[in-house]
Design a protein around this ligand. Structure first.
Ligand code: NDP
Length: 238
């Protein structure tokens, strides 16, 4: 199943290089629409519900290292499901159902896969392995970058309309929130040292890199004074 996720990630990457996913600034009419806020809740909920159930029924659920990993996962998905939707989408905003439905299906598969793997049980000694420390450090570093960047964007949004984000990693890239998200899940892949974790990191990059490219092009078209040295996702490179 993890190899299936990687194969789908390749297709998604190629498709999104041509086609801008129709939500946020790239939104256009694309079939029936639903509340953006509740769409986010529904789409992200498998990260809590499916992961929680599968993990709770897994044989290695009491292992210390598995519990620590499950706590990180649920920290992220608890926030994404119950708090983030009420910050990112204003009341009354609508988004195509297709966006949330595809995200929901991915989240069911991904949560199941990662819960199965983490819940299989890790030896306690794994917590002494440098891969687990480095992975956890990357997870938290990526999360911090993502949260700070999202907070700045939401501040701009609250002032009304789109503006050029400035400061922090925005000096270097147009989408530090996406960069942080990718780093976070690379950290998870290292921490869990699993194909399940790696497939999620690969999918996240395949999904967000083309979107960062689309956002970057949009900024440059829209703002004549957009900083020329800024790249889309990777400082100085791309
Ligand atoms: P965006 O950066 O497109 O938008 C985030 C929020 O900020 C939206 O409310 C957006 O408004 C607003 N915004 C963005 N740029 C500006 C600006 N220049 N001026 C004013 N307001 C702005 O992120 P997404 O909505 O695509 O993603 C939100 C979060 O979800 C991110 O943290 C992302 O990493 C994560 N995510 C993770 C995925 C994964 O594969 N793991 C997939 C998709 C998202 P508006 O919506 O109106 O444009």
């Amino acid at each position: 199943m993890a190899w299936g996720v990687i194969a789908v990630a390749a297709v998604v990457f190629v498709a999104l290089m041509w086609f801008r996913a129709p939500y946020g600034r790239h939104q256009r009419r694309f079939g029936p629409e639903m509340s953006a806020r509740w769409g986010w809740v529904w789409m992200e909920s498998p990260g809590v519900v499916v992961f929680g159930l599968v993990y709770a029924l897994s044989p290695g659920r009491a292992a210390l290292a598995s519990l620590a990993m499950a706590a990180l996962w649920l920290l992220h998905y608890g926030y994404r499901t119950f708090l983030f939707p009420f910050r990112v989408a204003e009341a009354g905003k609508r988004t195509p159902v297709a966006i949330f439905a595809s995200g929901f299906v991915f989240n069911v598969v991904n949560a199941w896969l990662n819960a199965r793997h983490v819940g299989a049980g890790y030896a306690d000694g794994w917590l002494l392995d440098p891969r687990s420390w480095l992975g956890a450090a990357l997870f938290f570093a990526g999360r911090r970058i993502n949260l700070r960047a999202d907070a700045h964007l939401l501040e701009l949004r609250a002032r009304g309309g789109y503006a050029i984000p400035r400061g922090g990693l925005f000096r270097w890239v147009s989408c530090p929130n996406y960069l942080g998200e990718i780093i976070q899940w690379c950290g998870w892949a290292l921490l869990t040292w699993s194909l399940a974790g790696a497939s999620f990191a690969i999918f996240t990059a395949a999904n967000l890199a083309p979107r960062a490219r689309a956002h970057h092009a949009w900024y440059r078209e829209r703002f004549a004074d957009y900083p020329a040295e800024r790249r889309a996702l990777i400082p100085r490179l791309w």
